[in-house]
Write a protein that binds this ligand. Structure first.
Ligand SMILES: N[C@@H](CCC(=O)N[C@@H](CS)C(=O)NCC(=O)O)C(=O)O
Length: 217
């Protein structure tokens, strides 16, 4: 494992970025954040060369690694822990309910990005924005109802799983950018309260990075 910190291109206010910084922290890998300057830019250079203009990207000497899930895999390898069953990547989850939960978490995270960016750039809510929000809330209801079963279906014992890290980042992000009440999801709230105590979560709490004043959050 290299001693120099890993460079993660992203934002401290991004839940996809936090999945990666939390995972790196869990693995004890030093990292620094290179802040993405303009979220609505069309220039891949503003996204560390990501051709689809997304973040996060992990910058490695052998090239970039795009996307939160891919980066988590790469981090496990960089930590010298490939094959360690206590680090639960999506491919180690063999239960349909838990796999469905992971899918809904990714969808909900993307829905939240779309909802925020559509809201920032438009006046009246477009029908697609309303559908996106309804889908996000549908995913949360599903997850809240089945959370105990989903967690019980994850491999154990485990240090950390992508599913739990992504779920914490999703719920915390909904608290960071509140747009509807989270009271209807008591299990998800309790989960986030407990998981938020992890050292890796405390180290990566959402905050705004300093950046050019005209860029919409
Ligand atoms: N599949 C990607 C999704 C990443 C994503 O949507 N990131 C958001 C930031 S939280 C983003 O880049 N938003 C800008 C945009 O969608 O234009 C991943 O897993 O990393």
């Amino acid at each position: 494992m290299s001693e120099s910190p890993l460079v993660i291109h992203g934002r401290s206010s991004s839940h996809f970025t936090r999945v990666v910084t939390m995972f790196a922290s869990e693995l004890g890998l030093p990292w620094t954040l290179e802040v993405a300057p303009r979220l609505l830019s069309h220039d891949p250079a503003d996204f560390a060369g990501h051709p689809a203009l997304k973040l996060p990207t992990l910058l490695t000497p052998s090239g970039p690694v795009f996307g939160a899930e891919n980066i988590c895999r790469k981090l496990v390898a960089l930590a010298g822990r490939a094959g360690d069953a206590t680090l639960v990547l999506p491919e180690q989850v063999n239960d349909d309910l838990a796999r469905n939960a992971q899918e809904l978490i990714w969808v909900a995270m993307s829905a939240q990005v779309s909802a925020r960016l559509l809201k920032a750039s438009e006046g009246a809510p477009a029908p697609y924005l309303l559908k996106t929000q309804a889908g996000l809330q549908g995913a949360l209801t599903w997850l809240d109802t089945r959370l105990d079963e989903v967690l019980a279906a994850l491999p154990a014992p485990r240090q950390v799983s992508v599913l739990e890290v992504t779920l914490l980042c999703l719920i915390d992000h909904l608290r960071f950018f509140p747009s509807f009440p989270l009271d209807p999801y008591p299990r998800l709230n309790r989960f986030a309260d407990v998981e938020g105590q992890r050292a890796s979560a405390q180290r990566t709490v959402f905050r705004f990075d300093p950046r050019p004043p005209k860029d919409p959050r």
